[in-house]
Design a protein around this ligand. Structure first.
Ligand SMILES: Cc1cc2nc3c(=O)[nH]c(=O)nc-3n(C[C@H](O)[C@H](O)[C@H](O)COP(=O)(O)OP(=O)(O)OC[C@H]3O[C@@H](n4cnc5c(N)ncnc54)[C@H](O)[C@@H]3O)c2cc1C
Length: 394
């Protein structure tokens, strides 16, 4: 047993777990395997600073070759894991990487529109390459149609409006972000984008996207037809579990793990690909949140080294920046049955509004702030204290 630890997925979660293993004293062989050519980079700027051109793409890098070398983390890049068994990971080029312990950090892939040709006028946004391509497309001018009023679609809409483009967002639900945050908070986003000049069409599905040489024709179920120079499809992501069939972990809902990321014998998973048990809530969920990947890295590194984690897991946290609004959320909005305004914005404005989300039993399950970082910080701390002291649910 001297193959050491293999971490598959060379992005935020994979890098942070590798760093934490070294910080925790692990001295054995440590390989970080990823299918992208780049060293690990950060994704939140891809729909914000990199997309608007405020940052050069290189600024999203999470590490440097020198830092990796100093930490003794070997990288195997441009290498897609195709299969795995209890001894080794098989790469697309046929190489087999033996492991003593395996960490799965393969994240999620953006869902695409069926039939959309890669590199064409119908875009998705998950990778650095996607962001750079979309930035060039926006520089061409609009109109832009965004399919899906989720966080990534709305950040793109804000960036495109900021560049002066004509933007339409089409969302199936009755308000933007309703499936994630419910109608009350979702309505704040609808007002925000309409006030910025975005045409927001809700409650209507798209029936077809047809790409021609110089445009994309978008048809909606109510008969509306839109013509766009480019379309961005932001309809969610699916966990990259396909390569895990050999371990029986190819679960479309995410790799099932215990509350410390253990997925099987000598196997752990974390980040966007993993679905962890949540003892405080009595269920198991997968988060697509930057902070969850970082928090879980510390827990997994401790577990791999056979130790207790330094801190109990905090409630999930997420932020989004759209125009000059910083939205923050902590907790589990998916469990909420009601939303209360704890503090309204000045003069009744959405900006500055703080929300508490409660489940059917009256327990506070999430807090959110539409640009009120100071108040949010306190509420997030309180939520963390409550969840740490809450009884474990069966
Ligand atoms: C555009 C964008 C904006 C975001 N903005 C925010 C934000 O504002 N706030 C927030 O909280 N979160 C945000 N997120 C989410 C956050 O970036 C993710 O939660 C985070 O990147 C998860 O890290 P990860 O390492 O688990 O997965 P990923 O970052 O998806 O990395 C997984 C890596 O594994 C690689 N991989 C996949 N399959 C294989 C395979 N078979 N073999 C080898 N390698 C493989 C992938 O190519 C990728 O490099 C955003 C995400 C995106 C895409």
């Amino acid at each position: 047993m001297n193959d050491g630890i293999v971490v598959v997925g060379a992005s935020l979660a994979g890098l942070r777990v590798a760093e934490a293993l070294r910080a925790g004293g692990y001295r054995g062989r440590l390989r970080l395997v990823g299918d992208e050519q780049h060293l690990p980079y950060d994704r939140p700027p891809l729909s914000k600073q990199v997309l608007t051109g405020e940052w050069e793409a290189e600024r999203s890098a999470l590490t440097t070759p020198a830092q990796l070398a100093e930490a003794g983390i070997e990288t195997v890049l441009g290498a897609r894991a195709l299969d795995v068994d209890t001894e080794a990971v098989t790469l697309a080029d046929g190489r087999r990487l033996g492991y003593d312990r395996l960490v799965v950090a393969t994240g999620a892939a953006a869902r695409t529109w069926p039939g959309a040709a890669p590199g064409g006028r119908v875009h998705r946004l998950r990778t650095l390459g996607d962001s750079v391509r979309l930035r060039a497309a926006l520089a061409d001018g609009g109109p832009l149609v965004v399919v899906g009023g989720g966080f990534i679609g709305l950040e793109v809409a804000a960036a495109a409006r900021g560049a002066g483009l004509d933007v339409t967002v089409v969302e199936l639900a009755s308000t933007l972000l309703e499936p994630v945050l419910g109608p009350a908070i979702g309505a704040c986003f609808t007002r925000l984008h309409r006030a910025a000049g975005v045409r927001v069409l809700t409650g209507v599905p798209i029936t077809s996207l047809r790409e021609t040489a110089d445009a994309v024709n978008v048809e909606l179920a109510d008969g509306t037809g839109l013509t766009a120079a480019h379309v961005v499809v932001g309809i969610g992501a699916k966990p990259n579990t396909d390569w895990l069939t050999g371990l029986g972990l190819d679960d479309a809902a995410g790799v099932p793990c215990d509350a410390r990321g253990r997925a099987g014998d000598r196997v752990w998973a974390l980040g966007d690909v993993a679905r962890w048990e949540q003892p405080a809530y009595g269920d198991s969920v997968r988060h697509e949140h930057w902070t969850s990947a970082v928090d879980q890295a510390a827990v997994v590194a401790a577990a791999v080294l056979g130790r207790e984690p330094a801190r109990p897991p905090a409630p999930p946290y997420f932020w989004s920046v759209q125009y000059d609004v910083n939205f923050q959320l902590a907790g589990r909005p998916d469990l909420a049955s009601s939303v209360e305004v704890l503090e309204a914005g000045e003069g009744g404005a959405d900006r500055g509004t703080v929300f508490a989300l409660t489940d059917a039993a009256g327990r506070r399950v999430a807090v959110a702030a539409f640009h009120h970082p100071r108040r949010f910080l306190r509420l997030r701390r309180e939520l963390q204290e409550e969840s740490a002291s809450a009884p474990v649910r069966p």
